[in-house]
Write a protein that binds this ligand. Structure first.
Ligand SMILES: Cc1cc2nc3c(=O)[nH]c(=O)nc-3n(C[C@H](O)[C@H](O)[C@H](O)COP(=O)(O)OP(=O)(O)OC[C@H]3O[C@@H](n4cnc5c(N)ncnc54)[C@H](O)[C@@H]3O)c2cc1C
Ligand code: HEM
Length: 393
């Protein structure tokens, strides 16, 4: 909560934040990394380079300011950030450092407009938001039985090419211990030592149901054309082979399709967004093979369509599974992009729909689904990058 004294300053700064949000967070990261260069190992420097992180933090701060009187509205956003923070090992003692630099960046960007009462109000707001995160993160560390930054050494047992640019890696604990449970849809953060000397972390959804074969991730190699190649995905493709060791976090993530009930479910994905859906589908095939499932996936073409074998295996076990595939190019599937009107009908109000794919896919499907009568309470999404939030408003 925020004091009555500070409230008007926060309310009045929403418009200013909208205007300067990205400049503020860009300044913030520049100053933060200048003072604490080691923090570069914690942050995703790819998202820093392409601007996604700046937009995301700006969106979070803005969402907070806009909802300061109604913190419940932030619930799902906070939960997502908390899981992400815990998967990369954020500690309570990081918050004052970040707060000081955020306040400093607001002051630097707004210049004379950053009056003492305005800065005091933001200081109070930041600390109340930080308290919320610190408490939730401590609870999640405790629940998962891990400490901040703790990783587990895994040994790769299989590296299997799944499509033109995706390799699936199976892994078990190096010490031979049983792995902790996870829910389909959750991800692990993988830590890799880059040639630059930096360590970088990236999240990868577990792409198979929990089981005896250990964990599996499926990594798309990001080659950028005119843009620099993705650092971690290329490192994983180049270095990981059977027998390699890799440091990974405990599984986290709040996007967890309901795999255990017997109600109908709709799983919609595009591109590498197929990974959490395969984990969910394989789990449903194990525990509820009679369940009504619509599994629709959109890919560029057949050569860029990973995990076709998993889908075929599920199809052979699940009588009520409806599989739809869309290819933008080439034959062998429905032609073009995914289109809600071309999916089988389902009871709109009573069925959970799970979405994962690139941002343009998510925006298009989210809006089409809402227009088709799916209540937002039935829509769940995973974004493979910092959440942008814009299409949810
Ligand atoms: C919850 C979650 C689950 C995920 N699950 C999966 C999964 O199952 N499989 C999977 O493959 N990925 C998954 N991802 C994505 C993954 O975490 C990485 O983001 C992805 O592998 C790219 O990382 P990278 O290090 O290779 O690329 P980065 O080095 O981080 O680069 C990211 C992008 O930025 C571009 N870029 C780099 N520098 C610049 C610049 N200067 N200007 C403009 N653009 C630039 C690159 O070309 C690239 O396209 C998931 C992400 C999240 C958050
Ligand atoms: C109240 C303060 C904070 C807010 C509002 C905030 C907001 C966010 C948001 C919106 C994301 C993106 C989540 C997603 O959609 O994936 C994120 C991720 C992240 N945050 Fe925070 N954060 C806060 C504090 C901190 C602190 C104290 C640290 C520690 C230095 C930190 C480090 C990170 C890291 C490392 C990521 C992962 C993304 C990346 O790798 O760059 N954050 N945060």
């Amino acid at each position: 909560m925020i004091s009555a004294q500070s409230r008007p300053y926060i309310d009045a700064s929403v418009a200013v934040l909208r205007e300067h949000g990205v400049t503020i967070t860009t300044t913030f990261y520049r100053n933060l990394f200048a003072e604490f260069p080691d923090l570069r190992n914690l942050f995703n420097m790819g998202n820093q380079a392409n601007g996604a992180q700046q937009q995301s933090l700006a969106a979070a701060v803005f969402a907070y300011a806009a909802n300061i009187g109604n913190p419940q509205a932030l619930g799902p956003v906070v939960e997502r950030i908390v899981h992400k923070h815990v998967s990369v090992g954020i500690r309570a003692e990081h918050y004052p450092i970040v707060g000081r630099h955020l306040l400093g960046a607001i002051a630097e960007t707004l210049g004379d407009a950053a009056t003492a009462p305005l800065l005091a109000a933001w200081d109070e707001a930041y600390h109340s938001l930080a308290r919320l995160f610190i408490d939730a993160e401590q609870a999640l560390y405790a629940k998962s039985g891990t400490t901040p930054g703790q990783t587990r050494t895994m040994r790769v047992t299989e590296a299997r090419r799944e499509s033109a640019n995706v390799v699936a890696f199976r892994m078990v604990a190096e010490d031979g211990q049983a792995l902790p449970a996870f829910k389909p849809g959750q991800y692990i953060s993988c830590a890799v030592p880059l040639a630059t000397g930096e360590r970088q972390l990236r999240q990868y959804s577990l792409s198979d149901a929990p089981g005896e074969l250990g964990w599996r991730i499926s990594v798309k190699r990001e080659t950028g054309g005119a843009l620099p190649d993705g650092q971690v995905s290329n490192w994983l493709h180049a270095h990981l082979t059977t027998g390699s060791l890799i440091e990974v976090s405990h599984p986290f993530g709040e996007f967890t399709p309901d795999t255990e009930s017997d109600e109908p479910i709709v799983l919609l994905s595009a591109g590498i967004g197929i990974t959490p859906m395969i984990a969910a589908l394989n789990r449903i095939a194990q525990v509820q093979p009679q369940r009504h499932v619509i599994f629709a996936h959109a890919a560029r073409d057949c050569a860029h369509h990973p995990h076709q074998d998993d889908v075929e295996a599920a199809r052979s076990r699940m009588l009520n599974l409806q599989v739809l595939t869309f290819y933008e190019e080439g034959g062998g599937a429905l032609a073009g992009r995914m289109d809600v009107d071309r999916l089988p009908r389902w009871p709109r109000g009573e069925t959970n729909v799970y979405l994962c794919g690139p941002l343009p896919f998510m925006r298009a499907q989210w809006m089409a689904l809402v227009e088709a009568g799916v209540p937002v309470t039935r829509l769940h999404r995973e974004v493979f990058g910092p959440e942008m939030l814009d299409y949810l408003n």
